[in-house]
Design a protein around this ligand. Structure first.
Ligand SMILES: C[S@@+](CC[C@H](N)C(=O)[O-])C[C@H]1O[C@@H](n2cnc3c(N)ncnc32)[C@H](O)[C@@H]1O
Length: 315
């Protein structure tokens, strides 16, 4: 369910204790976001009016109030990702330190087209604070996007790289489409959703904006709920969200191919060893380079390169 109201009052009224699996949210940054258009070179006709900012002097109290509610509604073991700029990050960190939520990672999201400045560095990243509520096993789907066997051209693990805490993900253009002042890209949202939830889980966004979290969540076959105080954005997006079909995005985001090493770790009998030796000899006699032979044998047998090399060395 989606509510056109303040998230603090709204969550108290509508969301039960310990009922949400994952919160992904992007609160107003307290930097006069309602005037952000002065810094962006874009056609403001396509930006929805009514964005609600939080005055700087209220930022800490406001953060403390909504984070307290977020902690209450999360299930034990549930996860929360908060996206924040630098200006008021300290207030969010201080508010989090008053809760029992446990810090897991401080992720840096590096994006393209930072706000242009001439006499200082260009700000081109946001902070993503990833916390979990204790009392249950947190969902972390280590292999939801890359398997252990996927490598880059230098033999580096793609699973390792995807789980590093600096994420380089571009913002979306969406030329000619209505949007919120500050929209999160679907690729970024999908990554958090894939790692920290399962199909059927409930995902809540306290600051829906363009409902981007909810759209990706439903597209990935999760349930979604949340709040947006701005009636203009809410009224426009509530009809848009009705067009999203459950699960329609499942094939659009990164998922691992079937595990290349599907027989890794299983016992190997003499017959299998002989077949591998025979095939190796055949390929070698054809002039196939050793590296290529191993690739072919991995494909044929589902065994890892280490065990195949061991057999070959024994010939
Ligand atoms: C940074 S934007 C969220 C953008 C969103 N993640 C997206 O991708 O479109 C913050 C949103 O919170 C809304 N907002 C501000 N105060 C609020 C409150 N107390 N309760 C609910 N929404 C609020 C603003 O109107 C704005 O749309």
């Amino acid at each position: 369910m989606f509510y056109n109201c303040d998230c603090i009052e709204g969550s108290k009224t509508h969301i039960e204790d310990n009922s949400v699996d994952l919160i992904i949210t992007d609160p107003p940054y307290g930097i006069a976001g309602d005037t952000l258009h002065k810094h962006y070179n874009r056609n403001e006709d396509y930006v929805l009016d009514g964005y609600i900012e939080i005055p700087k002097e209220q930022y800490f109290d406001f953060s403390r109030s909504w984070i307290k509610e977020a902690e209450r509604v999360l299930k034990p073991g549930g996860s929360m990702y908060i996206v924040s700029g630098y200006t008021n990050l300290i207030h969010i960190l201080n508010a989090l330190s008053e809760t029992q939520l446990k810090p897991v990672n401080h992720i840096i999201w590096k994006f393209n087209f930072g706000v242009y400045t001439k006499n200082k560095y260009i700000s081109s990243h946001y902070h993503i604070l990833y916390y979990v509520k204790s009392g249950g096993k947190p969902t972390f789907n280590t292999h939801s996007r890359f398997s252990d066997s996927e490598k880059d051209e230098f033999n580096g693990s793609l699973n390792y790289q995807d789980r590093e805490d600096v994420w380089i993900i571009n913002k979306e253009y969406k030329a000619g489409q209505m949007k919120n002042k500050n929209e999160l890209p679907a690729q970024l949202l999908a990554k958090m959703i894939q790692y920290s939830s399962n199909e059927g889980d409930l995902i809540c966004d306290f600051f829906l904006g363009s409902f981007s979290t909810a759209k990706v969540a439903i597209g990935l076959n999760r349930k979604a709920c949340g709040f947006e105080k701005n009636s203009i954005a809410y009224n426009y997006q509530i009809s848009e969200i009705g067009k999203v079909v459950c699960g329609e995005l499942i094939n659009q985001f990164r998922t691992p191919p079937a595990n290349k090493y599907f027989n890794q770790g299983k016992p190997m009998d003499e017959n299998e060893k002989n077949i591998i030796i025979q095939r190796f000899t055949e390929l070698k006699n054809n002039g196939t380079p050793k590296k290529k032979i191993i690739e072919i044998l991995v494909q044929d047998t589902g065994r890892g390169p280490w065990s195949l090399n061991k057999i070959i060395k024994s010939i």
